[in-house]
Design a protein around this ligand. Structure first.
Ligand code: HEM
Length: 773
């Protein structure tokens, strides 16, 4: 390798040198990735795989890959297109520097490490199989295997009895599916977590009975099931039929720490079967412990009305409440890892409705309404809390994140604050320890007491929910929120290309970012019980904060602007305002079959939506929208729309780079024709202005941002508008490239582009820094 800076070590593949030392990307081995790149990858895996509930599937895939002859080389991707593989491929697209084989293995390690499991020792260096051969078959024994066959199989990949039992403990995660293996059920009650429940269940093997399962192809299988719906394969039960296996099972059942530690050793060994000698010596972190500190957390990016409690910085806790008329909707984010609970009521938490809710690191939430004599009583049984799995993935810093709906009720008796009276104090408690036990109702109560932090939140009044919320914000509301509002961000932009220009551009940046946030939240916060009265608009919010002359409406403070922007967004938010007919929207499947499908595969989606967007292109009309059930309408539909929009308007590479980000946050981009039309008129205006100002008659539509900036400076205006260019033109013509970008504070850009996931922020900041240099 011409790039090699040192000789290959003995037996080392020279191709690896290219990945290590070459200036260009190498497809053969995982490249020398920077810490920031690893961090970004880790967060992407976390967000997509762990938060998406795919950890078990990824762990199983890594097992099947590593236990096939030749070791982990991701050969299953050749010819197999499971959802899990597709998800990993979508991550791979964003992180070209890693091989498929390393990614699969790393994703499994990250999944385990961030689902309550041990931190897995992991290092890169696996190469990708280029062809799939028939001997690439896992040594996984038959599910009916006896102890001897299991021993035989595992020893063929170098695993001793202890390692075998530890590895089998992976069945604490996941499910068997009728349509996959013909078995059905989950081994434990928390299938998204690494626990030792698999072993505690095995020690209760006498409580299991044999059950015959008829699979989809009408063949039958025997499995073991217990009374609470947990199951075991015959090969799992075999671990209790061999004295050596059984001793390890018993040890792990009573000693979680021993299991976690042995699982790390066995699993990291598994991930290196057959490839160990060629691996890098650099060990890469798999655990997400480096959540950004509280001061980097931008709660306003989640919801401007969310109140955060900095005195509880670690873990931080933010909450907002909305009154929809018939329901109270609470949304909570916290950086806690384990669980969080909150209650509503008086300071002593008496006679209040209480919800304990817990969002695990795998994207699932449990909520538990309960009653205790001491802390919270009188659960309104007939008007139960409804848990809402958060529609948008939680922001990266937020390990726990959920919305919960409480139907409004009239307080029947007692002293508590219930029903419509819930405007008082909110108790919360957080534990950074993931509860080990079952998370059913009763046990949920018991863990509530084991908390790290607890306290009383101030008086959070549920804000009225009025559809596009801020449209109706009263003047007093705005004034009071401004009083304590955060200071506008500072920037060095002004220093670089002129104070006046800078300040206006900053306004644009902030407004655009805020607009995006608003826009996103508006969709996210749609009242799930109300019929939708308008189509989602694809209006770029930066345009909407301006009046017909391109003047920013209110600028008293950042928050004030945000609200002003909100009003104008809603004022111009219908399709007809944009000159588009209601039916001229998106042809979902026609344009983006793969991406839409990939997306749809990622989340359960209602059959009505699937039908409405089935194979043939069907325009999404207002009528279609309203025909959808609320859950779909408010979640996946929008993301699907976003995908379709992105696909329609972006180039392929933009698409792949941006899809995950945009889709995650359901940002719906302005549709192509709107951009086109506004560009045309703006360009014409700029061109005319250029001509009257004696500027070189280069077609302004071809101007880079630099030229716009030079022109503004040359014309000596005190602000862009003085120079005759409105801010819309600047944004539209320049699309925020060139010097404006470089001169802008990175935080503003992150906000502008709506980059909130921590990993993405780090990666962006690094790239930006490089670009500047
Ligand atoms: C005797 C050895 C093993 C047998 C017979 C076996 C068999 C199975 C079967 C039949 C399923 C259900 C598949 C489905 O219907 O979707 C399954 C799932 C799973 N297996 Fe194993 N397995 C074995 C060992 C392992 C090992 C060593 C690991 C990891 C280290 C593992 C990880 C998993 C996981 C995580 C799932 C759940 C997948 C999901 O939820 O989609 N298995 N296994």
């Amino acid at each position: 390798c011409p790039y090699a800076t040192s000789a290959p070590s003995e037996g080392e593949d020279p191709l690896r040198l290219h990945a290590r030392d070459g200036p260009e990307w190498s497809p053969f081995y995982t490249n020398n990735m920077t810490d920031a790149q690893w961090e970004a990858l880790r967060f992407d895996v976390y967000n997509t795989i762990v938060q998406g509930g795919h950890a078990p599937a990824v762990v199983q895939l890594a097992w099947l890959d590593a236990s096939s002859a030749g070791g982990p080389h991701a050969e299953l991707r050749l010819g197999d297109n499971s959802t899990t593989i597709q998800l990993l491929e979508s991550i791979k697209k964003k992180h070209a520097g890693i091989t498929h084989a390393d990614l699969w293995s790393y994703a499994a390690a990250v999944a385990v490490s961030n689902s309550g499991g041990p931190t897995i020792n992991w290092r890169p260096g696996r190469s990708d199989a280029l062809i799939r051969t028939s001997d690439h078959v896992s040594i996984q024994p038959n599910p009916t295997a006896d102890p001897a066959s299991i021993r035989n199989a595992f020893s063929s990949i170098g695993m001793d009895d202890k390692e075998t039992v530890a590895l089998m403990g992976a069945h604490c995660m996941g499910n068997a599916h009728l349509n996959v293996s013909g078995y059905v059920g989950s081994w434990t009650q928390t299938p998204l977590f690494v626990t030792n429940q698999y072993f505690t269940q095995l020690t209760k093997n006498s409580t299991y009975r044999q059950e015959t399962i008829t699979s989809l192809d009408s063949t039958t299988r025997m499995q073991y099931s217990d009374n609470s719906g947990r199951f075991m394969l015959p090969s799992d039960m075999a671990l209790t039929q061999d004295p050596i296996y059984l001793s390890h099972v018993q040890n792990y059942a009573s000693n979680l720490t021993a299991f976690l530690s042995d699982f790390n050793l066995a699993f990291s060994k598994l991930l290196e079967v057959g490839v160990g000698s060629g691996l890098s010596n650099v060990s890469i972190s798999t655990s997400i412990t480096d959540f950004p500190p509280a001061d980097q957390v931008q709660p306003t990016a989640l919801d401007p009305e969310m109140q955060c409690y900095p005195s509880y910085e670690s873990p931080r806790f933010c909450m907002s409440a909305q009154d929809t008329g018939s329901n109270l909707v609470y949304t909570i984010h916290s950086a806690a890892i384990g669980w969080t609970g909150f209650g509503v009521g008086s300071t002593s938490m008496k006679d209040g409705d209480v919800i304990a809710a817990w969002r695990n690191s795998s994207g699932q939430a449990w909520t538990t309404a309960f009653s205790t004599s001491q802390h919270a009583i009188q659960v309104a049984k007939n008007s139960a809390w409804k848990q809402v799995v958060l529609m948008e993935p939680a922001p990266a810093w937020s390990k726990i994140s959920f919305s919960a709906i409480h139907p409004k009720i009239v307080a029947s008796s007692g002293t508590g604050k219930t029903g419509n009276d819930i405007t008082g104090e909110y108790m919360f408690a957080i534990s950074s320890v993931v509860p080990a036990g079952d998370l059913d109702r009763l046990n949920g109560v018991s863990v509530l007491y084991q908390h790290d932090v607890s306290g009383v939140l101030g008086n959070i009044r549920p804000k009225p929910f009025t559809g596009p919320r801020r449209a109706n914000a009263s003047a007093t509301d705005i004034a009071s929120s401004e009083a304590g509002g955060p200071a506008p961000p500072s920037g060095n932009f002004a220093r670089l290309i002129g104070i006046a220009f800078g300040s206006v551009a900053l306004v644009v940046l902030v407004l655009t970012g805020v607009g995006l946030m608003y826009f996103r939240k508006r969709i996210v916060k749609s009242d799930t019980n109300q019929p939708m009265t308008e189509m989602p608009t694809f209006l770029e919010p930066s345009l909407a904060g301006l009046d017909e002359n391109g003047v920013v409406r209110e600028r008293t403070s950042r928050k004030g602007r945000r609200r002003a922007l909100g009003s104008s967004v809603s004022a111009s938010s219908s399709f007809s305002d944009l000159g588009m007919s209601e039916t001229s929207s998106v042809q979902l499947s026609g344009q983006t079959p793969n991406m839409t499908q990939e997306f749809l595969n990622m989340r359960p989606i209602s059959s009505s939506f699937l039908q409405s967007s089935a194979a043939s292109p069907s325009p999404l009309t207002l009528a279609n929208l309203n025909a959808l059930d609320t859950e779909t309408r408010d979640s996946d539909l929008f993301r699907a729309l976003a995908i379709a929009q992105i696909s329609a308007s972006d180039t392929y590479s933009q698409q792949t780079q941006r899809t995950s980000l945009l889709v995650k946050r359901k940002e719906v981009r302005i549709s192509e024709d709107v951009v086109q039309r506004s560009n045309e008129s703006l360009h014409a205006r700029v061109f005319a202005l250029a001509a009257t100002n004696g500027l070189d008659a280069k077609e302004p539509t071809l101007w880079g941002m630099e030229e716009v900036a030079c022109w503004v400076l040359k014309n000596g205006g005190n602000s862009i508008r003085d120079a005759g260019v409105d801010v819309v033109s600047v944004v539209q013509v320049g699309r925020m490239t060139g010097p404006i970008l470089l001169a802008s504070p990175v935080d503003d850009l992150l906000e502008l582009f709506g980059i909130f996931a921590y990993g993405d922020r780090v990666l962006f900041a690094e790239a930006f820094d490089k670009l500047k240099k």
